[in-house]
Ligand binder design. Structure first.
Ligand code: HPA
Length: 243
C-alpha cells in the first residue's frame, strides 16, 4: 500500500473523483484507524481522505488528525493537497472564491497538535512557511495556465467549532489580519509539517462570516457552496499531481 500524493477533502467532498481503480483501506496507526481510498491518476499513486468521514459523520473538533496524518506518512505520502470550506472576513473575498492559504492563526482549544509529546526530548516545529511554498508555487502556476481564479495568499483563522463565530469574534480576527475562518486547518497543517510532508490548502469561500453579511449562516449554505465550486479545486489538484 503506497501513495505519493494525498488529497484531503473538506466539507461536501466525499468522493475520490477521477481516481482510477479506487480501493478503500483502513490504516492502523498508534492514534487509531484512518480511512483512505487509494487509486491512480496519470500514473501517480494517490490517496484520498475525506476529513470528516463519509457523509460528514465527524465534526471538526473530533477529527482524528493525528491518525489521518500518520496514516498518510505510513503509506509514503510526500505531498498533501487539502481543501477546506471557509467563511470570509473580507468583503473582497466573495463566496465562491478560491484562496491559496499561506499562514494561520490558531484559536483551537482541545486538539492533539503534536506527534512527539516529549518522549524523545522537546521538539519545536518551525512555522516560517507552514503551507509548503514549493507546492503553493506549483498550484499557482497551474491555476494561471488553466485560467482558474485563485487568490494568492490568505491567513486562515482556525476556530474550535463546531459552532460558528460571534460577530465580535469576527471583528477581532479581522483586526488581527485574518482573511478567512475555518475549523480544520489546525492541527492538520502542523502535523503535516512535523511529519515532514509538503502540505498546501486551497480554501473555498462558502459564505461571509457572521456579522460580515446580515443573513443567518447555516451548514447547508456551506455544503451547497462547496459543491458548486469543488470541481475547480479538483481540476487544480489533479493537474498539480500530473505535473
Ligand atoms: N466559520 C467557520 N468555519 C466555516 C465557516 C465560517 O463562517 N464557513 C465554512 N466553514
Amino acid at each position: 500500500m503506497k501513495a505519493d500524493f494525498a488529497i484531503i477533502g473538506g466539507t461536501g467532498v466525499y468522493d475520490p473523483g477521477v481516481l482510477q481503480d479506487p480501493v478503500s483501506h483502513v490504516i492502523q496507526t498508534p492514534y487509531g484507524d484512518a480511512h483512505v481510498t487509494l487509486g491512480e491518476y496519470a500514473g501517480k499513486k494517490v490517496a484520498f481522505m475525506p476529513r470528516h468521514g463519509k457523509g460528514h459523520a465527524v465534526p471538526p473538533h473530533k477529527v482524528n488528525y493525528r491518525a489521518n496524518l500518520h496514516a498518510l506518512k505510513q503509506i509514503g505520502v510526500t505531498q498533501v493537497l487539502a481543501t477546506a470550506a471557509v467563511g470570509s472576513v473580507k468583503k473582497e473575498f466573495r463566496p465562491g472564491s478560491l484562496v491559496l492559504i499561506n499562514d494561520f492563526i490558531d484559536m483551537t482549544k482541545s486538539r492533539n497538535a503534536a506527534f512527539h509529546e516529549g518522549e524523545n526530548g522537546v521538539i519545536h516545529i518551525d512555522m516560517t512557511d507552514p503551507y509548503c511554498g514549493r507546492v503553493r508555487d506549483c498550484i499557482q502556476q497551474v491555476a494561471k495556465s488553466e485560467g482558474i481564479e485563485l487568490i494568492q495568499g490568505g491567513t486562515y483563522v482556525c476556530t474550535e467549532g463546531p459552532r460558528f463565530e460571534t460577530a465580535a469574534e469576527i471583528r477581532m480576527y479581522a483586526q488581527w489580519g485574518g482573511d478567512v475562518v475555518g475549523m480544520t486547518s489546525v492541527p492538520e497543517v502542523v502535523l503535516a509539517k512535523e511529519a515532514e510532508m509538503c502540505y498546501a490548502t486551497v480554501a473555498i469561500v462558502t459564505n461571509y462570516c457572521t456579522g460580515v453579511s446580515s443573513t443567518v449562516l447555516t451548514h447547508q449554505e456551506v455544503v451547497d457552496e462547496m459543491k458548486a465550486n469543488i470541481e475547480k479545486v479538483r481540476k487544480l489538484f489533479f493537474r498539480v499531481i500530473q505535473e
